[in-house]
Design a protein around this ligand. Sequence first.
Ligand SMILES: Cc1cc2nc3c(=O)[nH]c(=O)nc-3n(C[C@H](O)[C@H](O)[C@H](O)COP(=O)(O)OP(=O)(O)OC[C@H]3O[C@@H](n4cnc5c(N)ncnc54)[C@H](O)[C@@H]3O)c2cc1C
Length: 462
Amino acid sequence: MRGRQVVIVGGGPAGYEAALVARQLASEVTLVERQGVGGAAVLTDVVPSKTLIATAEWRSVIESADELGVHLDGATALPVDLGEVNARVRGLAAQQSADIRARLEREGVRVFDGAGRIVTAGVVQATAADGAESELDADVILVATGASPRVLSSARPDGERILTWTQLYSLTELPERLIVVGSGVTGAEFAGAFGALGCDVVLISSRDRVLPGEDPDAAALIEEAFRRRGMRVLSRSRAAAAERRGDSVVVTLEDGREVTGSHCLMAVGGVPNSAGLGLEEAGVALTRSGHVQVDRVSRTTVPQIYAAGDVTGVLPLASVAATQGRIAMWHALGDAVAPLDTRNVPANVFTAPEIATVGISAAAAAEHGARATTVPLARNARAKMQGIHEGFIKIIARDGDGTVLGGVVVGPRASEFIHVLTLAVTTRVTVDQLASAMTIYPSLSGSMAEAARQLHAAPSQR
Ligand SMILES: Cc1cc2nc3c(=O)[nH]c(=O)nc-3n(C[C@H](O)[C@H](O)[C@H](O)COP(=O)(O)OP(=O)(O)OC[C@H]3O[C@@H](n4cnc5c(N)ncnc54)[C@H](O)[C@@H]3O)c2cc1C
């Protein structure tokens, strides 16, 4: 089953990681991409947002240096040149895209710049920017076309003042007042970042609290941090419309209240890029939300057609997209493959502090016969030295044998820390084993070991 023709439509993490696997398995690979290699992940979503957040973090660090005895002599403000920041963001994204393209070409992947459309289960039509069309024969097709920002008809982005997250990087000046509609991960990350950059931010949340999908203690901590830093958070407030009024944007809430700002970011989720691809005509089933229906080895309802990434709606993460893409190729090309297991996927919210989670939630602990313990970072010696006042480490472990089933880290660089808990959850480590690995003193990871020790069960309870 080697040496087959693979055509991949979409060059984001799902598509380009699949292309590398398919080449490794000696297939002829053509990757059709209409926007730029790296996909939305590299060009408009992950890379740009985290690069912007890196600048926001530095500004926060400088602001908090005062407490540690470093004073900005005479300086009262820390002005941010958003034009410069965004030029760096765009440059970095373009460079990352070029690096990935070079790697693909080095490995022998043919990159076709244009739009792909499935004609039959064995043929993809690729249309270049100049309109030239090519028919690509395929033994295996992978659909990896990602998703796009959801647009509400009553709040159409104009690219100047009413913006989607993909349009933020053309701004040259900090908005005077940014209204962020949506308090999920994307809304919370941008609200936090723009607040930290020195912008007046109003966050409109339709729910009781921000980040409704996250650990409630973590979400409460972030909301409290947002408010403390001067952000106005409007909870239980659903935006009905957003419109330009001269140089202002007015967001009207469902209860009739109006919120005025200079700019508005619509962060109300994404929609799969599944329309117009010829999927249904080829027999590929879509879900009611328009996602491509796949199983755990990325198969669609048509044997030769696979799908991976955001277009499948499994979990909207670059890491999951890449894994699904690799699995698709391993399966299609006859290599050993383990189905996707979404239980052990770590996820991070890049707010300040960050929230990283893995495994089961504390709320689900009881139904799994497990219990949770939380250690606040404020009592950690290293945290005190570094001026870290908020954050915690929470571990969820099964009663009796103490197997680690989940965890939450809220703190600086939680995205790095969570790897220890991901390893524990994935390899079924017990709290006693976790506690037995010595940690550096002083270090924040000492609190991880402390939480594990707290969950040690007396012999009579095992
Ligand atoms: C603001 C934001 C921040 C995020 N931050 C993170 C993060 O920190 N970590 C994380 O893991 N995830 C993050 N995500 C999620 C992540 O971006 C996605 O999960 C990831 O991009 C999905 O990868 P993909 O390969 O499925 O699709 P994409 O990256 O969307 O790539 C799909 C590609 O397919 C192309 N395409 C579509 N249709 C066609 C066609 N007909 N022909 C040719 N090409 C086509 C598109 O142009 C696009 O380039 C973030 C998302 C957003 C919105």
